[in-house]
Design a protein around this ligand. Structure first.
Ligand code: ZN
Length: 257
């Protein structure tokens, strides 16, 4: 996971049609709050609106086409995901699903991220644990600023302060509680990610070995070493898949020796 710079300009479809939908949701909730709190009634959402191609395109551009959590490339095939879940929430993995969710943030630009289907649909779902569940905003009348979410919001925090890697395996920096919760609940150490990151490390290792040869390299090797250096910069740049791991590896020298 790496920091995401979501541009401040709100996509037009959210500022116009999204704002109208939000007003309708608030009115619906206010008409029967107890029904929605008990989940006897459910609010409905327009996926074509928050998932509009212009919204997704803006997120793809801001996130270099990568999942906000696992840094797998998704491009336009990723989901537009709600950091605070719109329709329901649960405090723990096998905990009770409660209502009504953060419906007032369903079309809110600051709540939207691009996410791969596995992180979103298999792991995160309605899960949104807080350090203190009693501080949860249960309706639009409450303030989310009182909450302390355990999931890292990569558009608001620097994930690299909370999650680093030993070789391909993520770990919470200094025992970070949100780092630990994010790794465990979002499955950031799932086997397929570890495997793909391990493959990436093997390539990085060759580049690092080449760059380290420079002081004693013969003249004919210098152009190759230059190319390796450029490629290494690309692999550790924000646009690269698994950039968080690549940066940690280069910084700490965690390679597969
Ligand atoms: Zn993912």
């Amino acid at each position: 996971m790496i920091r995401i710079d979501r541009p401040p300009a709100v996509p037009r479809v959210l500022a116009t049609r999204g704002a109208k939908k939000r007003a309708a949701l608030l009115a619906a909730y206010d008409a029967a709050p107890a029904e929605y709190d008990a989940r006897r009634q459910k609010l409905t959402f327009d996926g074509a609106l928050y998932g509009h191609s212009s919204v997704k395109r803006a997120l793809v551009d801001a996130q270099h086409g990568k999942c906000c959590f696992c840094e797998s490339k998704t491009g336009m095939d990723g989901d537009v995901e709600h950091y605070r879940p719109k329709a329901a929430f649960s405090q723990a993995k096998r905990g009770r699903i409660e209502g009504p969710g953060y419906y007032w943030l369903a079309y809110e630009w600051s709540n939207l991220l691009l996410c791969c289907a596995i992180c979103n649909q298999r792991f995160k779902r309605s899960l949104f644990p807080l350090a203190d569940a009693s501080k949860r905003a249960r309706s639009h009348r409450h303030h989310v600023t009182h909450e302390e979410p355990l999931f890292i919001d990569p558009a608001a925090q620097d994930p690299e302060e909370h999650i680093s890697f030993r070789q391909e395996i993520p770990f919470p920096v200094g025992g970070s509680r949100s780092g630990k919760a994010s790794i465990e609940a979002l499955g950031l150490d799932r086997e397929i990610l570890n495997e793909r990151r391990r493959d990436r490390l093997k390539h990085l290792q060759i580049l690092v070995d080449l760059v380290e040869m420079e002081p004693t390299a013969s003249a004919e090797l210098i152009p190759l070493i230059e190319k390796a250096r450029i490629l290494l910069d690309e692999c550790t740049g924000d646009a690269a898949e698994f950039a968080g791991m690549a940066r940690a590896a280069v910084k700490a020298g965690y390679f597969l020796r």
